[in-house]
Write a protein that binds this ligand. Sequence first.
Ligand code: SAM
Ligand code: SF4
Ligand code: SF4
Length: 342
Amino acid sequence: MDVDRVSIKDTLGRELRDLRISVTDRCNFRCVYCMPLEQYEWIDRREILTFEEITRLAGLFLQSGVEEIRLTGGEPLLRHGLDTLVSALAGLGGLKDLSLTTNASHLKEHAAGLMRAGIGRVNASLDTLSPAKFRALTRRDDLAGVLEGLLTARLLGFDPIKINSVIQRGVNDDDILPLVEFSRQNGFWLRFIEFMDVGNSNHWVSERMMPKGEILDLIHARYPLEEAGRTDPSAPAVNYRYADRKGNIGVIASVTEPFCAGCTRARLTADGKLVLCLFSDRSLDLKRLLRGGAGDREILDTIRSAWEARTDRYSEERLEAMNAGDYEPGSHRKIEMIRIGG
Ligand code: SAM
Ligand code: SF4
Ligand code: SF4
């Protein structure tokens, strides 16, 4: 047991354990469920944290109890020289896991360098194996590049490689079994994500959200499954084994089975704002402290106070409102997903 680990708890008794760092809000895709906007105010480049600033803040989060860091975006592989940041983060004491979430379109050229620098695990997003549907969903034409990226990462020995698939009813629910077969054949760990009402513009309606139960029923009818539980109590995905032992899948049921009670995640935006919930409309400007010359103690105290005051449980509240029949997704402003990182 790690007896010296710092434990900061929020108002609901949840420890600060994980940090998602968005390294850029830029993306080469325009996924309809994430970045549907034609007009979007990109973060001014001068406001984007430097690698030194990110590393300093990451070190302070590690001193605040964080053990796992995931790099995300936007598309993190668009950030020039990312492996330099990865090396710096990997050298920080106390970090147990350093991972990456990417759309994989540039993974082929970066995978080896990232692995050398210290990325342990990769999650890649892929919602369909149909080139036409891929174009419609991402509004870009690069399915081949994504597949090459995935296969390169596998050849290099990243393990596990998780594929994240957002399923929308009537859009790509017919991709569930092809994605299952593709993952089983290639040794990827597939995770389905319920379509969520992130941001303010993705036209989320509950009818388009394919619930976990339906996703599992569909797979189970063809490839019987056995529940394996969560990897740890704060993991978003519930895992299932194929009964024939040919791999695993997971489902992230943020809408129908919210996991706020175990949510130990903080998020840092590319311009240095601390965000305490994926659906939040509020943030705390750590960059202002950094660039204003604040010492470590002041920043540590700010992180601690913010976490200790945390009350967020958006997905649980959404389910309560949906069950009561009065959920109105547009009633609450949120920070756009492309800015927060998934
Ligand atoms: N660009 C990278 C990627 O696509 O993997 C990293 C950032 S992206 C915002 C992180 C994750 O959020 C992706 O797996 C994406 O599928 C997921 N995501 C985005 N919008 C979503 C939505 N409306 N519902 C569920 N998941 C969503
Ligand atoms: Fe798609 Fe990821 Fe880019 Fe969002 S950030 S538009 S999910 S590739
Ligand atoms: Fe955590 Fe917010 Fe998601 Fe709940 S809704 S699991 S508090 S990020």
